[in-house]
Design a protein around this ligand. Sequence first.
Ligand SMILES: CC(C)(COP(=O)(O)OP(=O)(O)OC[C@H]1O[C@@H](n2cnc3c(N)ncnc32)[C@H](O)[C@@H]1OP(=O)(O)O)[C@@H](O)C(=O)NCCC(=O)NCCS
Length: 158
Amino acid sequence: MIEIRQLTGDDWAIYRDVRLAALTDAPYAFASTVEREAAFDEWQWRAQLDRATWFVALDGAPVGLVGGFAEEDSADLHLIGMWVRGEVRGRGVAAGLVDGFLTWAKGQRPAGVVLWVADGNDRAQAFYRRYGFGPTGHRQPLPSNPNVGEEKWRLPLG
Ligand SMILES: CC(C)(COP(=O)(O)OP(=O)(O)OC[C@H]1O[C@@H](n2cnc3c(N)ncnc32)[C@H](O)[C@@H]1OP(=O)(O)O)[C@@H](O)C(=O)NCCC(=O)NCCS
């Protein structure tokens, strides 16, 4: 049974471990890099945790992560850091995380939810499409690898 739990500031070590696992496993998917974040100290991890509201999927140990924060100068919320451990992909963990995220998000009454997804990350794109996210045409280089592009996708919330 997978549990979805919202992290608090004192969960910084759980956040660190799952975030570093995500960056190690799927460097093609994220704006940041494991080289950058592995050097963080406790206070930097706490600051990262404070930047957003984070949800972890627990199957005993953490197996997935997603975060969200309010975009500045926008009525949208931003979904970040989505990751599920390879061994448990395709088993509904990602859906549990996004359902938990959306329950929290809807409480903030945003106009929509936006996220950046890299070109070629077909599995993530298929997953987001299932929820009604779609491309906006707003593009930029992937900050961790500017040779690859990424696009902002959006889910309007009525
Ligand atoms: C993105 C992620 C969280 C989705 O979780 P998941 O458990 O893989 O998601 P699901 O299996 O429920 O859904 C994936 C979808 O992609 C499809 N898919 C699987 N492999 C695929 C591939 N190689 N190419 C295209 N689609 C693929 C699946 O069929 C499924 O679509 P469907 O429900 O319409 O059949 C997970 O794959 C992951 O952690 N990836 C690495 C990190 C990442 O890319 N994060 C996103 C950052 S924007």
